[in-house]
Design a protein around this ligand. Sequence first.
Ligand code: GLA
Length: 507
Amino acid sequence: MVAMEKTASSYYTLYSCDNKMIVPFVAILIFIVANSSSTNALDNGLALTPPMGWISWERFTCQTDCHSQPSNCINEKLYQEISDRLKEDGYSAKGYNYVNIDDCWSEKQRDNKTGNLVPDKERFPGGIKGLANYVHSKGLKLGIYGDCGTKTCAGYPAQLRQDGVLLDNYFEKDAALFAEWEIDSFKFDGCYILPDRAERICPPMADALNKTNRPILLTCEWPFYMLRERPNHKNPDYNLTKQSCNLWRYYEDVEDSWLSVLSIIDFTISMQEEICAYHGPGAWFDPDQLVIGNFGLSLNQAQAQMAIWSIWSAPLFMSNDLRHIQPSMAAILKNDKVIAVDQDRLGIFGLMVERKGKFELFVKPVLPIKENCPTFVLAVLYRETLGNSKPYLVHVRDVLQGIPPLMWRQVADRVAHLEPEHKVDPHTCIKQIVSAMTVVPKIPQEGLLQPTGLPIRPPPIQETSVYYQIEDLFNHTLDEHKVGLNSSFEVFVNPSGVRLVKLTKID
Ligand code: GLA
């Protein structure tokens, strides 16, 4: 056992450390490859677009007192009633198809004979398998929660026996139990483990899930705990994270407030290029749950969360009470056009490319491809919380010129992979955009030469023939419906609100 632990931890060292570390362990690596089919690479083919569904945490937290809170506690009835709402109120038809249990679902101890996790007997009398049958009968999928440390964040049994001791864990045992219960998704939290050990200890959960032969979506949280570690935080190895998880958290828990949503937006912008480089089909950064329809967000703020999460191609997991939700909030969550932005198959992480005062402008290239260039979705976020709606002037060429080479490369690569019949040629698109500002040289006519020293009237700017149809995705009114590359258009944005518009090339 001890030799095995050493072997496996050394295997991981190979991923994360410098070359000096690699050499002494080559022999061990050969041993591993020869002796196991382990890959630590999640191989489930899931989440080609950002996953969508519902999760209990933000709204229902760890309320286990079902006597005083019968309809707001973590029990099987909650997940059944939410499944009913997802199905009957049309959320699942829009794509919200995971129903995810979060913390506090199990007994406080494993079964002392079998060592298995046991669902709380009072709150889940039908067991998790019974609940899975119910959820599946609605055409939905069931998710469950655990933790890569010795306890879950709320102190329930988790997947590691002893911190720091690799392989002394319940990964395979619990993965097998989840598969037996017909679980479809697993959130693997990162409490009660030292963050600097997490990358050695947690990734093999991917392998444990692979071994069940049941496709189980895996959400990881260790990257967040690594990034949060103070004072010496370590950047996660995102190649490893991508290999091991379908989605992963990178920032604090969302709460039911605009300040919380804004703090996620700020942190995400602070690392946006890095996210953009790794985020995509099968492997997504997760900014956490949608809190739309709860107590804290106004309608404008709710639209803003929905719009920015969609610009980011973020997983869309609502945490709210779908049994009691205002129709206007439900309409935001079910807005087809906005969901389509989130679910765009290119899965590009949209970037904030322009900041003017309290306005921030985001851009996301999406399908369809027209004449070798993508369609664009723009979001204008107005962070002011004082006063009236204000206009924001979007200069189309400037915005599109703000798209960095990394993003163009992602678009070109993903189009080549997903739609080989089309081709995105960044050069053509960039040339088109740049040429919209080409100055046509004015050929001076004889006799009309101006004396040196006098200002020459600026020559006209050449208009290109590229025009876009503009569409507002929350159905606000737009004065213009058509715009050229060299033109601008104005949108009025409400305080702590957003405008989301799509620019589709006109043939
Ligand atoms: C952590 C996670 C939350 C939730 C709780 C449960 O805080 O980040 O999303 O799962 O644990 O205890």
